[in-house]
Structure formats: structure tokens, C-alpha cells
Design a protein around this ligand. Structure first.
Ligand code: ZN
Length: 254
């Protein structure tokens, strides 16, 4: 079985002896790292590029997701850092995304057909994440709503107040785009987020890359444990409908 992992810093040592590979897609080249774990072929895709230097609005999302598709990956476990809007979410805590509102203006479709995204994340992989968190005894907030913004700037106080009134729990810059493209490609996709700061206006502390890195670093081992457990727990696709729209589109074009 093949599993894709999308994450940021701190994942290079997820597994020993990961082999670097370049995947060429019609949208661009993508660098991935591969190794075997628990009998599964694991492909790690560093979202912000090999050198972590591509900011969220400039990530080539279409190439990233297409590269995983071309490697034959049907299931992706993703991980992201976010800002917490909901004051009940503490800095350093993990949340499982359930819904999103997409405020981004970037390229976020392959433009071939309209896809059903009523439930944007794979219910089976969400279950995998919930079970894995329980097994490693790490609290995981469920039912989390993300508002996805372009970035790279952080949000204004008024934006965060508005997002909060809309019932949004966390703010991030990447996952709505990945989820939409995954669905278009018929790939299962689910995300756990780490709150690395309270969103602007929720607290007086200003968001910064330094604070974000410090929280990520302090949580690194637990996140690694969760991801390894999730890889172990993830099974082949059972009954989820993630591939349906894609399969229908392929049939219609054949
Ligand atoms: Zn699925």
C-alpha cells in the first residue's frame, strides 16, 4: 500500500533512509522523499519545497498533488501549522479538520470538472487520525473549521473577528487548496493541524515565524509519533466516496 504524507519542517527524519526523488508533472517538478514503514511505501512531500523556502501563496499546489497522483498514491495524510481563532484551542494543541471556507485567490483546480466537496476530507482517514491520536494518548480536537487565506501576511484583527463570528476555528494558508485538488484527483485526504499561535486580535501576542518555529519544535516528537501511528493504522480505501467524481469524469471522457 502507498501513503502520501504532506507536511512542513521536521518531517525529514520521519523515517530512516528516505530516498529523494524528482517527479515531473505537466504543472512542474516536485521533490519527494520515499521509504518503507510497516510494509507501506511512504512518500513524503515537503509542501514548501525541498528547502522550505516557498511561501504558501507561491507553492505549486497543482504540481504537488499531481505528483502524488502520478506515483499511484490514493491516500494522503497531511499536517499543517495554523493560527487558532477559537479561544478554546490552545497553542500547541492538535485539531482534525472537518470543514473549510476558502478565501484564497490562487490556482486551485485542474479545470476539468466540478467536484462534490460537501465533505471535503476523507472520513476514513479522519477516523485513522482519531484512532491514532487515541492510541498515542494525545488529545485531538474534532469538528474543526478552517478558513484558508492566501497569505503570506498574517490576518488583521478585524479579519479574525469576522472569521470568529462565522464560526471558524483556525486560520491557515494551504489545506483548502490541497483538499480541493485531492478531491479532483480522486485522492483521499485528511489533515491534522497544530496551533502555533493565537490569531491576531485573539491575543496581544503578535504572530511571528520565531514563535511558530518554537511551538513546532516543542511538539515535534509528538507529531512524529502521531504520523507514524497514522501510517500504521491507515488501511486501503473501504467505502469512502473520495474517488467517485474523478472516476465518473474519467469514464465520461473515455
Ligand atoms: Zn477517502
Amino acid at each position: 500500500m502507498k501513503i502520501g504524507i504532506i507536511g512542513g519542517t521536521g518531517f525529514y527524519n520521519l523515517l530512516d533512509d528516505m530516498q529523494e526523488k524528482t517527479v515531473y508533472t505537466e504543472y512542474g517538478e516536485v521533490t519527494v522523499f520515499q521509504a518503507y514503514y510497516e510494509g507501506k511505501e511512504v512518500t513524503f512531500l515537503p509542501r514548501h519545497g525541498k528547502y522550505h523556502d516557498t511561501l504558501a501563496p507561491f507553492v505549486n499546489y497543482r504540481a504537488n498533488m499531481m505528483a502524488l497522483k502520478e506515483l499511484g498514491i490514493q491516500r494522503i495524510l497531511a499536517f499543517s501549522a495554523v493560527g487558532a481563532i477559537n479561544p478554546d484551542i490552545q497553542v500547541g494543541s492538535l485539531s482534525l479538520l472537518d470543514q473549510f471556507v476558502d478565501f484564497t485567490t490562487r490556482e486551485k483546480t485542474y479545470g476539468k470538472f466540478s467536484v462534490d466537496i460537501t465533505e471535503p476530507f476523507c472520513p476514513e482517514l479522519q477516523e485513522t487520525y482519531r484512532n491514532s491520536a487515541e492510541l498515542i494518548d494525545e488529545p485531538l480536537r474534532v469538528g474543526t473549521k478552517l478558513i484558508c487565506v492566501d497569505g503570506p501576511r498574517y490576518e488583521t484583527k478585524a479579519e479574525v473577528q469576522l472569521f470568529g463570528k462565522w464560526g471558524m476555528d483556525v486560520v491557515g494558508m494551504t489545506n483548502a487548496t490541497e483538499a480541493s485538488l485531492a478531491r479532483e484527483l480522486g485522492i483521499c485526504y485528511a489533515v491534522v493541524t497544530l496551533a502555533t499561535n493565537m490569531a491576531p486580535g485573539v491575543t496581544e501576542t503578535k504572530p511571528s515565524l520565531k514563535a511558530h518555529k518554537a511551538v513546532s519544535e516543542s511538539k515535534k516528537e509528538k507529531v512524529k509519533e502521531l504520523m507514524l501511528e497514522a501510517i500504521k493504522q491507515a488501511g486501503e480505501r473501504q467505502k469512502c466516496s473520495c474517488p467517485e467524481a474523478y472516476e465518473r469524469a474519467v469514464l465520461a471522457n473515455s
